[in-house]
Write a protein that binds this ligand. Structure first.
Ligand SMILES: C[S@@+](CC[C@H](N)C(=O)[O-])C[C@H]1O[C@@H](n2cnc3c(N)ncnc32)[C@H](O)[C@@H]1O
Length: 248
């Protein structure tokens, strides 16, 4: 029997290149999501915080952190060599403020020798590629890597009522159309945006394990996090997580 592809297709160079070139056409309110992650950090921007970026891909989250927190160090973790090929040149200007670790988050060994403890762990649009059991176990693994008072935030796709999908998808496409026009001045047709989304799901599939929000909040609580909540949500995109309790 073939081994399961724990990267869910993200080892494929063509798929990675396609995503990196078109991420603005695939994720509604992307800028807002990236910056909301940082708005939730309780540290001042001149602190030398250490942050873990899980499923970090081409480095969008890592770069957002470092552009706001110039003294931070970000540990980039991803399983895709193709993604690392995009991340390395993009992040090289940050020098020793970035460390890259090619690791498979589907394996509990992903955390070996990471330079923790961390103030925060963040992830964007990545953990839905792990099985529910791995997502759940990962919460406990991340908890152990954080310092007291640390924060684990997941910005991810969550499962909603299938009845709403028909309404959500065209709305997300209209938001994407508007955001790209505002950022670049380019006007993409809704048909073009739909085609980009469809193309991401072919030809090798885009397997995932998208879970509803509520059980995921419980996995954070079970791991020991407090103030667990969904802090931001738009359609099926959410930012949720919690804090490791401070030391006594
Ligand atoms: C949609 S991309 C998001 C990348 C980045 N976080 C961003 O927001 O642009 C999903 C990322 O999850 C990574 N990923 C998927 N499964 C993984 C696994 N088992 N271990 C490590 N990384 C994984 C992929 O390699 C890819 O970089």
């Amino acid at each position: 029997m073939a081994e399961p592809d724990t990267l869910c297709g993200w080892g494929d160079q063509d798929k990675v290149d396609y995503f990196v070139q078109r991420s603005a056409l695939l994720i509604p309110k992307r800028f807002e999501q990236l910056h909301t992650l940082l708005d939730l950090f309780p540290w001042s921007v001149d602190e030398p915080i250490r942050v873990l970026d899980l499923g970090a891909g081409y480095g969008a989250v890592t770069e957002t952190i470092l552009s706001c927190y110039p003294h931070a160090t970000v540990t980039w973790v991803d399983g895709s060599t193709a993604m690392r090929g995009h991340a390395e040149p993009r992040l090289s200007k940050y020098g020793a403020h970035v460390e890259l670790f090619l690791r498979d988050l589907a394996e509990p060994t992903w955390q070996a020798d990471l330079p923790g403890p961390f103030h925060a762990a963040v992830s964007a649009i990545a953990l839905h590629h792990l099985t529910d059991e791995r997502k759940r176990t990962l919460c406990a693994e991340v908890f152990d890597l954080l310092q007291p008072g640390g924060l684990f935030l997941n910005n991810d796709v969550v499962a909603g009522d299938p009845a709403l999908r028909d309404q959500f998808t065209p709305l997300a496409d209209r938001v994407i159309q508007q955001q790209v026009q505002e950022q670049t001045g380019e006007r993409h047709s809704l048909e073009e945006i739909r085609q980009v989304r469809t193309a991401m799901q072919r030809p090798k599939g885009h397997s995932s394990h998208i879970a509803p929000l509520e059980p995921q909040l419980n996995w954070w609580r079970e791991a020991g996090f407090t103030i667990v909540d969904c802090y931001w949500k738009f359609l099926n995109f959410a930012i949720f997580g919690g804090f490791k309790p401070p030391a006594d």
